[in-house]
Design a protein around this ligand. Structure first.
Ligand code: FES
Ligand code: FES
Length: 261
């Protein structure tokens, strides 16, 4: 399972582990600061104090004895549905019974990427496929030239055989998809790779993975493309280094190798 750094947890999108951790932090954090405040009085007395916690409409009763530093928490509030429980065990049982399926598992997806299966990938609702593939799974062949505006084609991948812009695709909608990136095309020893090398299709190379993905999709659908077909297919891919003519030569050559024109 892929874990992510959970710095921006959204309400309603909470893993089981994070939920149990947060439940402890919210209630415990309040109690500890209260205990510190009470102990500052310096008197050996038993004090009972009612504190409003961060969960709306919920209070926790905390009993503090300065001498033994004991804090007793008498209420545990579910951060998903705000139901209250008398013990942490009861809260855990409630979460397992009522929220573990709906809240914790709905944000995982399965993908096949370049022939390998990735299961139970934890995704945030707002993550794009590009963020997931590049930032989390480290497929660094997926580029981003236009800051995710859908304008450059450098983030292109094949999804179920179709070229898509991964910067405009939400990862959470891709459950069960078969993804192929430029790495997969290179590993399959596709004729495009040799043709791209031979025709010097890259200068800085940043745009090349996106071109390769688009070119492969073109040849799958049209094994015998004309120059106009190629120009049309590559219309959404930008190259800052101006390598456009080389791509046309390379794709025509790869088509020949594959038995096309
Ligand atoms: S990053 Fe430019 S189209 Fe996706
Ligand atoms: S080779 Fe540099 S951006 Fe295309």
């Amino acid at each position: 399972m892929v874990e992510e750094k959970d710095n921006n947890r959204q309400p309603g999108n909470i893993s089981r582990r994070q939920f149990l951790k947060d439940a402890g932090i919210v209630v415990g954090g309040t109690a500890v600061s209260s205990a510190f405040f009470l102990s500052a009085c310096g008197k050996e007395v038993e004090v009972t104090k009612t504190i409003t916690t961060t969960a709306p409409g919920t209070t926790s009763t905390v009993t503090k004895t300065a001498a033994d530093n004991t804090v007793t928490i008498t209420k545990y509030t579910c951060p998903v549905c705000s139901q209250e429980f008398d013990s942490l065990a009861a809260l855990k049982a409630h979460f397992d019974a009522d929220h573990s399926e709906t809240e914790a598992k709905k944000d995982t997806i399965n993908l096949t990427i370049n022939g390998n299966e990735y299961t139970d990938i934890h995704v945030k609702p707002h993550w794009t496929l590009r963020e997931l593939l590049h930032d989390k799974l480290e497929f660094v062949d997926i580029k981003e030239m236009c800051s995710g505006r859908g304008a450059c084609g450098s983030c292109s991948v094949l999804m179920d055989g179709r070229p898509i812009l991964s910067c405009l695709t939400l990862a959470s909608t891709c459950d069960g998809a078969v993804i192929e990136t430029a790495y997969g095309i290179a590993n399959s020893k596709h004729p495009l790779i040799e043709a791209y090398i031979k025709n010097h299709c890259m200068q800085c190379g940043y745009c090349t993975p996106g071109f390769l993905v688009t070119a492969k999709a073109l040849l799958e659908n049209n094994p015998n493309p004309t120059e106009a077909d190629i120009r049309n297919a590559l219309g959404g891919n930008l190259c800052r280094c101006g390598t456009y003519p080389a791509h046309i030569d390379a794709i025509l050559e790869a088509a020949n190798v594959k038995g096309g024109a």
